[in-house]
Design a protein around this ligand. Structure first.
Ligand code: HEC
Length: 172
């Protein structure tokens, strides 16, 4: 109960922090991609990517790609995900991402949408909590904080390497 309250407090604190600093700081990894107008599909924000892709069709192009995994680890820390989920994604104040329990589902499409929209808007989009972690609280939306879909896929590629559950449950 105590832990749960801490996690929710952290969520509120982050929401405030993001609303103050969200657009001022941040890395602009997407700059190069954005100048490449030969492909309109490159350099979209995660939010735009979610809005333009039918449910269930988002797929990580970087899974098991060593170079992208290493960049993703950097961005996981760069976006302070570790503040809530811990340095190895094993949970801290908030739920672990490395175990077999996935609150809304473990596939790429669901994780990408959750991090982009946050728990509240994900639920409005028709998703519900089917897995129960020890800690229940809202995941803040990162759809405009993380600059490009590319950056988010790198983070997810790294998260996959932290998975400690049964390999047979892997659906990504
Ligand atoms: C303020 C704390 C906080 C921060 C910061 C945060 N998260 Fe979360 N995250 C949560 C909470 C709480 C949940 C559980 C959501 C729910 O139950 O609706 C969650 C859930 C998740 C899940 C699903 C875990 C599961 O077991 O299904 C993933 C993946 C995730 N977060 C990734 C990230 C990434 C990537 C970042 C950084 C860009 C991040 N989180 C930053 C609090 C946070």
């Amino acid at each position: 109960m105590k832990i749960k309250q801490v996690c929710i407090a952290a969520s509120f604190a982050t929401a405030m922090m993001l609303s103050i600093t969200g657009f001022a700081g941040g890395e602009s990894e997407g700059t190069l991609a954005l100048t490449d107008d030969s492909s309109a599909m490159v350099g979209m924000s995660p939010r735009e990517r979610v809005a333009s892709t039918p449910k269930g069709e988002l797929k990580n192009p970087y899974t098991d790609n060593e170079e992208m995994i290493s960049a993703g680890k950097d961005r996981y820390f760069g976006n302070s995900c570790n503040g809530c989920h811990g340095g190895g994604a094993g949970g801290g104040m908030c739920p672990p991402i490395s175990n077999e329990v996935f609150v809304y589902g473990s596939d790429d499409d669901t994780l990408f949408r959750l991090v982009t929209l946050g728990s509240d808007d994900l639920q409005k989009a028709g998703y519900y909590r089917k897995g129960m972690e020890g800690v229940v609280g809202p995941m803040p939306p990162y759809g405009d904080i993380i600059k490009t879909d590319d950056e988010l896929w790198k983070i997810i590629a790294w998260l996959r390497t932290q998975y400690k559950g049964d390999i047979k449950r892997r659906d990504w």
